[in-house]
Design a protein around this ligand. Structure first.
Ligand code: FE2
Ligand code: FE2
Length: 308
């Protein structure tokens, strides 16, 4: 965690962090195994279903940010909103490719997407734009939490096909990079603190609930539900001691603090490392501004950035 005492501005980024659009080309389009994650049906199908969340989910995020854009007059934050929308749009495009390849192998990606879309449509119908942005901020905190898990626990991707893992690592890095955009828009638009905190539990509960339901439906369709060793291993992977999702509990709790800000957890060094290791997938590398983290990953700290 960074040293909050050094932070004077409410809105801040570590030095060297800028939300940037990267055009990507991955190798997974040449094909991958149905159970690409170490041969585990549970883990592979968990990631297959999670990928289907992004088309409806990221559209929801983009619409939420744009709906309150008029209330923002800071040029830096406006520029960041625009880069955020581009990043999310490209995430959806790349995940749809991954989904199509899973669908071609007979995995019911459409059914999974429908379950996510149905819930998000219901949320849209019942919430006003500010409440929608609060939900978006809560879910962006979820994706940033997943990114943080990826960075700090490489064993999450252990055994996975590196060509597919590259997609998830890219998405994780950019989720970390834009993790404060919607939060700052919500704050700047004077969203209620009670609502921000109040929607966190339901938003996380719904996304985790649908993810688990989808995974079990896919396991059932693949006749792998009674492969108890794999199912137990998969559940432990997600919810066991310091598991992929259970390990996000401290992150969940931190969001409840009125003094919370996403960049109190500084991932800038991890983002820079990811980019250096994955340059071959980035088509517009020459157009990117360099990421210059001010601290090594082991000793992150936060620095004041211009108020936005
Ligand atoms: Fe995304
Ligand atoms: Fe995001």
């Amino acid at each position: 965690m960074g040293d909050a005492k050094t932070v004077k501005s409410e809105f801040r980024r570590p030095d060297g962090v800028k939300v940037q659009f990267r055009r990507m080309k991955f190798d997974f389009e040449d094909g991958f195994a149905r159970y690409w994650h170490g041969g585990s049906p549970f883990k592979s199908l968990f990631w297959a279903q999670l990928s289907t969340a992004f088309e409806p989910g990221e559209k929801f995020f983009i619409d939420s940010a744009r709906a309150l854009k008029d209330q923002i007059d800071d040029p830096a934050l406006l520029e960041e909103i625009s880069a955020f929308c581009k990043q999310e749009g490209h995430h959806t495009m790349q995940h749809l490719k991954f989904d199509r390849m899973n669908a071609a192998m007979g995995i019911d990606t459409e059914g999974c997407r429908r379950r996510y879309a149905r819930v998000l449509d219901r949320v849209r119908e019942n919430l006003d734009p500010m409440e929608m942005l609060a939900v978006t901020s809560a879910l962006e905190h979820f994706t940033a939490g997943l990114a943080d898990r990826f960075f700090k626990h490489p064993e999450i991707g252990a055994g996975a096909d590196p060509r597919v893992n590259a997609l998830w690592l890219w998405h994780a890095a950019e989720e970390a990079e834009h993790k404060a955009t919607c939060y700052d828009v919500y704050r700047k638009a004077h969203g209620s603190e009670l609502t921000r905190i109040g929607v966190l539990g339901p938003a996380w509960f719904l996304i985790i609930g649908i993810a688990v339901l989808n995974t079990f439906v896919l396991l059932y369709k693949d006749k792998k539900l009674w492969n108890l060793k794999d199912v137990a291993g998969g559940l432990w992977y997600l919810f066991g001691w310091n598991g992929f999702i259970s390990g996000m509990l401290p992150s969940f709790i931190s969001y409840l603090n009125p003094r919370f800000h996403p960049w109190k957890e500084d991932n800038s060094a991890e983002i820079a490392h990811w980019q250096k290791d994955n340059e071959r997938y980035i088509l517009n590398l020459d157009k990117l501004e360099p990421i210059v983290p001010s601290t090594p990953p082991s000793a992150p700290s936060i620095h004041p950035a211009p108020a936005i």
